[in-house]
Design a protein around this ligand. Structure first.
Ligand code: KIV
Length: 267
C-alpha cells in the first residue's frame, strides 16, 4: 500500500482526460476509511448525509460544523491515499466570510477539499475559497440542504428551463474555480451534457453512467440504510462474501462501466 500515490485534484483531472471512471464513497470513521482505501476508492466524501445515516435525523439540516469537524478528523486520522472532500453543513456558507472561516476549520480538521451545495448563488464563495487556496467541490441537481425549497427529494432538471439553468450554473462554478462537481438525481442525458462541456470531473449519484465518476452513500452500498434503499443505489453486499468484497465490487463495477445500470438512472 505504501507505494500508492496520494489522489489529488490533478490526478482526478488526469483520470477524466483518459476516460477512467472515478470512484467515490462516503466515509465517516477511521475503520471504513481504511477498508475503502484498501478497496482502491479514490475519493472519500465526509458527507453531511451522516446526519441521516449516522445521527438518525430525517434530513441533513440539523448537522453542525462541530459534527463535520469530528467526522473529518476521524477520517483524516486513518486516511493515507484518497482525496478527502468534506461537506460544509447547512448555513455554514451563507456569506463569503462565513464560508471562508468555516472552510478553514474543516481544512484544519484534515479536509483536502470542501463541498458546497448550490448554483450561481455560491459562485462568489467558490471564487473566494479557491483564491485562498481551498479547493472546492460544487454540488448541483438535488441539493439535500434545500429539500424544503425543492418540495422533497425529487429528480431535478427535468424540464428544458431548469436543465438550461443547471448547465449554466455548472459552467459558472467551473469558471469560479471549482475542481469537482457532484451531480445528484438529474436525468442521465443532462448529466452527460454537463460532463462533456466541463473540463473538471463530474461525480454522479442518480445521474446516469456518463458522469466522470460515481459516488454512493456507504450505507446504501452495503444495504444497511434504514428504510427504503434509493432506486439509484445498489446493495453490493448482496453478491459479495464480506464488506471488503462489496467495496471492491463497487470499484470494479464503476471502473468497468457496469454501475450505474439503466435501472439506477433517470431519463
Ligand atoms: O452528503 C452526502 O453524502 C452527499 C452525497 C449524497 C453526494 O452529498
Amino acid at each position: 500500500m505504501a507505494d500508492r500515490d496520494a489522489v489529488t485534484s490533478a490526478s482526478l483531472l488526469r483520470l477524466k482526460e483518459r476516460g477512467e471512471k472515478i470512484t467515490c464513497v462516503t466515509s465517516y470513521d477511521a475503520s471504513f476509511t481504511c477498508l475503502l482505501e484498501q478497496a482502491g476508492v479514490e475519493v472519500l466524501l465526509v458527507g453531511d448525509s451522516l446526519g441521516m445515516v449516522v445521527q438518525g435525523h430525517d434530513s441533513t439540516l440539523p448537522v453542525r460544523m462541530a459534527d463535520m469537524i469530528y467526522h473529518a478528523s476521524c477520517v483524516a486520522r486513518a486516511g493515507q491515499f484518497a482525496l478527502r472532500i468534506v461537506d460544509m453543513p447547512f448555513m455554514s456558507y451563507s456569506s463569503v466570510d462565513r464560508a471562508l472561516g468555516n472552510a478553514a476549520r474543516l481544512m484544519r480538521a484534515g479536509a483536502h477539499m470542501v463541498k458546497l451545495e448550490g448554483g450561481r448563488g455560491i459562485a462568489d464563495s467558490v471564487r473566494a475559497l479557491t483564491e485562498h487556496g481551498i479547493p472546492v467541490c460544487a454540488h448541483l441537481g438535488l441539493t439535500p440542504q434545500s429539500v424544503h425549497q425543492l418540495g422533497g427529494y425529487r429528480v431535478q432538471g427535468r424540464d428544458a428551463e431548469s436543465a438550461q439553468r443547471l448547465l449554466e450554473d455548472a459552467r459558472l462554478l467551473e469558471k469560479s474555480g471549482a475542481s469537482v462537481l457532484v451531480l445528484e438525481c438529474i436525468p442521465a442525458d443532462l448529466a452527460r451534457q454537463v460532463s462533456q462541456c466541463l473540463r473538471i470531473p463530474s461525480i454522479g449519484i442518480g445521474a446516469g453512467p456518463d458522469c466522470d465518476g460515481q459516488v454512493l452513500v456507504l450505507y446504501d452500498l452495503l444495504g444497511i440504510t434504514p428504510g427504503k434503499r434509493p432506486s439509484f443505489s445498489r446493495n453490493f453486499l448482496e453478491d459479495s462474501d464480506d464488506i471488503p468484497g462489496a467495496l471492491r465490487a463497487f470499484v470494479e463495477a464503476v471502473k468497468a462501466g457496469r454501475f450505474p445500470a439503466p435501472q439506477h438512472s433517470f431519463s
